[in-house]
Design a protein around this ligand. Structure first.
Ligand SMILES: C[S@@+](CC[C@H](N)C(=O)[O-])C[C@H]1O[C@@H](n2cnc3c(N)ncnc32)[C@H](O)[C@@H]1O
Length: 742
């Protein structure tokens, strides 16, 4: 080995092992000297970035398109072991055999051509390839509480089984800039096989795991940002210590003008035991507030309805406010004369600093009470109010004499109502319900008092084991089907702080998992709200299940595999159970919404269910060639229904009349020009009845044709959208430009 060769070959080898895009490009440089120089220059640049989040955007993600046909000139991977290491370009298809060119993760040709059986291959789309989303109903709707009739006045929650990146792109069509709240609980990248990237669980030893995770999150958060209402909305992201710090920086870079706060929440009070490290008991939630969004106050348990208005001791407690100090005020050391009946008879004048207490005037039949600490020095303190202010409060009954303490230097405890409490009484928040023997008032709160939540949450209701895992087990009839659900009440608390006074809020969770967010929103809707959620989750099986399924020669896309995925096996049955109040086996759920020793809103039996509606979808990737041939409206029908507010009937097919605006529909569609007159009449009838549709779609292949239709049918241009007859074209525009994202 020459001196020149050794290091070069090492660099080349290391770079080839890397998953990073730039490293890979450098590794492919043929000239060893040039390769070394560029690698060194890149390394210098990399180490120069000293502040903020610097990470490497990774190889594109790919999506396996189960159920689609492998075609020439497209990409495919192995059904039994999908992923970038088994990716091919399909050069030719002959009968049941394909000629394949292996490609690397950048879809560049590598190695020799080979052949493969078509039934062992599955198509794969590159990240950034135009995808054509279709929302296909995947199972029966769940409607309403136990009687199963649903609540026709409420919109539907929706659950989408699919890759969230593409689901978010699809949702942009319907809700760009309109979402009130996004709550997500992404994989924490803990190395415990909790996160899949490009079809593989990311190993804790992968040196690039942090930047892989950041690349993955960045792409999705950028879409989330476009969905959120810039005028007023909030993004909440749950996270733990593994990626918490990096996530904070990422959020700052994506949302530079937003308010970002982090809350610590104790989810496992005993702590997760890990030898040699702290037993972690908490995790975090980042709250990113856009526009005018603010945290709402919440009921203060200390000032609950019926609670006594609390008193504060009049003697100042901090040493720096002792007698004579500037801080304590020089006029706040004076005698308070308490008579034998335990009532205040007089408030004396302040004693100048240095004048002994014995020099104060005597009042017959009274003891003079001074603010003196019960410490070895009997430190003279100050009262918390000046003498005139104390007299004013005394006259209104806001000063109380406590028990006599003759053995102590201060012979009576004196307390008073602070100005905040006085305000509570005088504004009617608290009512005077009687008086104490010393003449002071007895006041109780008549309404809850609201306080701002603190940034550390230690609430028994947030225990993830009890109110996440166990609660989910109860809903599913005792079976444990998922390891990482959040506490229902923890998610409910997060949502409440921002959507309590938004009864029509739209909430999205694109790492939906077992469906906790939808369930929590249903509980919030117990106040009569019509809030709705859109949940997106993929249908992955746990790492353990994946192994046992593979051992049985079963793969993603196979019915048995899909039936065990998180969407099918957990989210759907969980929400079905929550709404109907019945376990998957049909038995009434035995649990209750309650937290031992802690008050929650809307306690009660789970078997009561909810008056809510849920609809389930699969996000499918439409095969452009098939759809083009059919010109099928069905593929977009449900997306239009989402734009209309996910309420009322869905317009699923094109009627002969050329237009559709069924009773109860929140949107209408003009399919053909011949339907203009009929549609115009239907629109005007609905408008004069005070129930115009919220949205109108007009199918027109030219701008002229569209504008003529808008005029002729009398649609509101602000709420009218043009659709192309070639339905796929409508959504093509949503595809994120590859170079923006990578
Ligand atoms: C930590 S769990 C969320 C748990 C949820 N908060 C609950 O209480 O049940 C994250 C979920 O995101 C899903 N997920 C991960 N990557 C995804 C992706 N790219 N698209 C859609 N879902 C994904 C996983 O299936 C997993 O169930």
């Amino acid at each position: 080995m020459t001196e020149e060769q050794g290091p070069h070959e090492d660099t080349a080898h290391e770079l080839r092992q890397s998953t990073n895009a730039i490293d890979m490009d450098i590794a492919s440089i043929e000239d060893p000297n040039l390769r070394r120089r560029i690698a060194a220059a890149f390394e210098r640049l990399r180490s120069k970035a000293e502040y903020g989040l610097v990470f490497e955007r990774h190889k594109p993600e790919s999506v396996v398109l189960h159920g689609q046909t492998v075609r020439e000139d497209r990409y495919a991977t192995l059904r039994s072991d999908p992923g970038p290491r088994n990716a091919y370009r399909v050069l030719a298809i002959d009968g049941d055999t394909a000629t394949l060119q292996p490609v690397d993760e950048h879809f560049r040709s590598v190695g020799q051509q080979t052949t493969g059986m078509l039934d062992e291959l599955v198509p794969v789309a590159r990240f950034g390839d135009p995808i054509f989303p279709g929302l296909i109903k995947s199972s029966e709707d769940v409607l309403g509480a136990v009687d199963g009739n649903g609540n026709p006045t409420k919109p539907f929650h929706t659950v989408v089984n699919g890759e969230n990146f593409h689901a978010l792109e699809t949702l942009l069509y319907a809700y760009e800039g309109q979402v009130d709240c996004i709550y997500i609980d992404p994989p924490y990248n803990s190395g415990a096989r909790d996160w899949k990237y490009n079809n593989d669980y990311v190993d804790k030893d992968d040196v690039y795991r942090h930047s892989l995770w950041l690349s993955f999150m960045e792409k999705r958060l950028k879409l989330a940002q476009r969905l959120l209402n810039p005028k007023e909305s909030v993004l909440m992201v749950a996270i733990d210590d593994k990626e918490g710090a990096r996530l904070g920086l990422l959020l700052e870079s994506i949302f530079p003008t937003a308010g970002i706060e982090m809350v610590t929440t104790v989810i496992n009070p005993r702590g997760k035991y890990r030898t040699g490290t702290f037993a972690r008991s908490d995790e975090y939630v980042y709250f990113v507030t856009l526009g005018s969004a603010t945290v709402a106050g919440e009921p203060d348990p200390d000032y609950a309805e019926g609670a006594l208005v609390p008193w504060r001791t009049l003697r100042r407690s901090d040493y720096s406010s002792r007698r004579g100090s500037k801080k304590g005020g020089t006029g706040q050391f004076y005698p308070i004369y308490v008579n034998r009946d335990g009532r205040i008879e007089q408030v004396g004048e302040p004693l100048a600093h240095g004048v002994p207490r014995s020099k104060s005037p005597k009042v017959r039949g009274c003891v003079a009470v001074f603010p003196i600490r019960d410490d070895p020095d009997q430190t003279e303190m100050n009262w918390g109010l000046t003498a005139p202010e104390l007299r004013a409060r005394l006259s209104r009954g806001y000063v109380r004499v406590g028990k006599a303490t003759p053995g102590k230097p201060q012979t009576y405890e004196i307390s008073y109502l602070t100005s905040g409490k006085v305000l509570d009484v005088e504004t009617g928040r608290a009512a005077i319900v009687g008086s104490n023997p010393d003449g002071s008032v007895l006041a109780r709160y008549v309404t809850h008092k609201v306080k701002m939540p603190t940034s550390t949450w230690v609430r028994p209701s947030h225990n993830a084991e009890v109110h996440g895992t166990e609660l989910l087990k109860t809903l599913l009839g005792g079976e444990k089907r998922f390891d990482f659900p959040k506490s229902l009440y923890a998610v409910e608390d997060c949502l409440r702080l921002f959507v309590a006074d938004k009864p029509d809020a739209l909430v999205i969770d694109f790492f939906g998992g077992s469906g906790t967010t939808a369930h929590a929103l249903m509980r919030l809707n117990k106040d009569g709200g019509r809030r709705r959620s859109i949940l997106v989750t993929n249908n992955e099986v746990s790492a353990g299940e994946q192994e046992s399924l593979r051992a049985r020669d079963l793969y993603p896309g196979d019915a048995e595999w899909e039936a065990l995925g998180i969407c099918e096996y957990v989210a759907k049955p969980r929400l079905r159970a929550a709404v109907t109040g019945r376990t998957p086996a049909g038995a009434p759920i035995t649990g209750e919404y309650k937290v031992n020793g802690f008050e929650i809103l809307h306690p009660g039996p789970m078997s009561e269910g909810f008056e809510e509606n849920v609809r389930f979808y699969n996000l499918t990737y439409l095969d452009p060639e098939t759809v083009e041939a059919k010109q099928s409206f069905e593929q977009v029908a449900h997306l239009l229904w989402l734009v209309g507010g996910a309420e009322g009937p869905v317009i699923e097919t094109e009627p002969r009349s050329g237009w559709a605006l069924p009773d109860g529909a929140t949107y209408g569609v003009l399919f053909r020009n011949k339907g203009r007159a009929g549609f115009a009449e239907a629109l005007s009838t609905r408008t004069s009845a005070g129930d115009p549709p919220r949205h109108v779609f007009i199918i027109a292949d030219s701008a002229d044709e569209f504008h003529r239709s808008v005029d002729e049918v009398g649609a509101d241009p602000a709420h009218t959208t043009r659709l192309y007859r070639h339905y796929l074209k409508n959504f093509r525009t949503n595809v994120i430009d590859l170079k923006d994202q990578l």
